[in-house]
Write a protein that binds this ligand. Structure first.
Ligand SMILES: [Zn+2]
Length: 339
């Protein structure tokens, strides 16, 4: 499999080098699955400052939180009784409730814990396994309840405000509906086309290529394989591949335990590198979507300035291109030590 990149050079008189004429290289990469572009930006100081969420958390405690246990039964919607008896689906400490602002036919929120705020080190294996299990149960329930409409499921996570999380209280976004997410759809199409044209699974080839090259391969956790993504969609982008799994029904408890174990290694790296916020997604397809393998992806979110700002620029918003200030290979060299 070809991992395509275009390297070019910008030339300028550098103020930090006594205005000597200096070439600085820049790089555009192409996602091996979808062809989507990503730029690796040589940023002046890629180490992020420590971020303290305390003032935001304290302020949020003064406001009403619908997910805190004293409010949840009265303030969250309930599913129709014939779909979820009792209205809320529970697994361990996780509770799945309908999203009051739905953006798909079956749109739910999984409240991960009764605790209002969990810092990254408190996101333990049990909590992650139970919350993803509860979310997966909801997707499977929707798919069996409404096989015509509930075709594609996904689980998303916006941890803390930089990642678009509107509430501090830890929760997952669970969707199921007639259309896959736009990026999932692209991956499903590429998987199908690759299989038809080459008679091989694109995920298997990607994994084989990355294992051979080694510079981005992080390690194996049970049956799952963890990689620094070649064409990052943001900071510290990591992909976990679950071989031979395609639908939500294919994912077993063992897979979720491996997900939690691998994810904790990535989160430890995030914590130690001051990456205070992240987006994550677990992608699934239908059994008709030949060549697709379930995978999980996590991307760090941050702000370049300590107080306010955004890591999304005109490139993501208006060019449909991604960028990062971390080289995937340099990140992988450090992150490998956690695996
Ligand atoms: Zn709360």
């Amino acid at each position: 499999m070809e991992l395509r990149k275009v390297i070019s050079e910008a030339l300028f008189h550098h103020p930090a080098k006594d205005f000597a004429l200096t070439p600085v290289s820049c790089e555009i990469r192409f996602d091996p699955l979808t062809g989507k572009r990503s730029r690796i930006i040589p940023f002046r100081s890629p180490k992020l400052p420590h971020h303290d969420w305390t003032p935001y958390v304290e302020e949020s405690r003064q406001r009403f939180c619908p997910f805190c246990p004293e409010n949840l039964p009265k303030s969250t919607p309930r599913f129709p009784q014939e779909m979820v008896p009792g209205g809320h689906l529970k697994w361990g400490q996780a509770v799945v409730v309908p999203n009051l602002s739905p953006y798909d036919t079956y749109a739910a929120v999984t409240v991960m814990s009764p605790e209002h705020y969990l810092p990254i080190p408190a996101l333990n294996s049990k909590l992650i396994t139970e919350s993803f299990r509860a979310s997966l149960e909801f997707i499977k329930l929707a798919r069996s309840h409404d096989p015509r409409q509930a075709l594609y499921g996904s689980i998303g996570w916006n941890y803390m405000p930089y990642a678009g999380g509107s509430l501090i209280h830890p929760h997952l976004q669970v969707l199921c509906g007639p259309l896959a997410g736009a990026y999932t759809e692209e991956m499903i199409c590429s998987s199908r086309t690759y299989l038809a044209e080459k008679g091989r699974c694109i995920w298997e080839d990607l994994l084989e290529t990355e294992r051979e090259r080694g510079e981005r391969y992080l390690g194996q956790v049970g049956g799952s394989h963890w990689l620094a993504s070649f064409a990052p969609r943001g900071l510290a982008d990591v992909t976990a591949i679950f071989p031979q799994k395609c639908t939500p029904e294919d994912v077993e408890d063992k897979d979720l335990e491996e997900l939690a174990e691998g994810l904790q290694k990535v989160l430890r790296y995030y914590e130690e590198n001051n990456i205070a916020s992240f987006n994550a997604a677990f992608y699934f397809a239908r059994k008709e979507d030949a060549g697709f393998w379930c995978h999980f992806r996590i991307v760090g979110r941050y702000t370049i300035y300590p107080v306010v700002g955004s890591d999304h620029s005109h490139l993501q918003v208006l060019q449909d291109e991604f960028w990062t200030i971390y080289s995937p290979e340099e990140m992988a060299a450090e992150l490998k030590r956690y695996f």
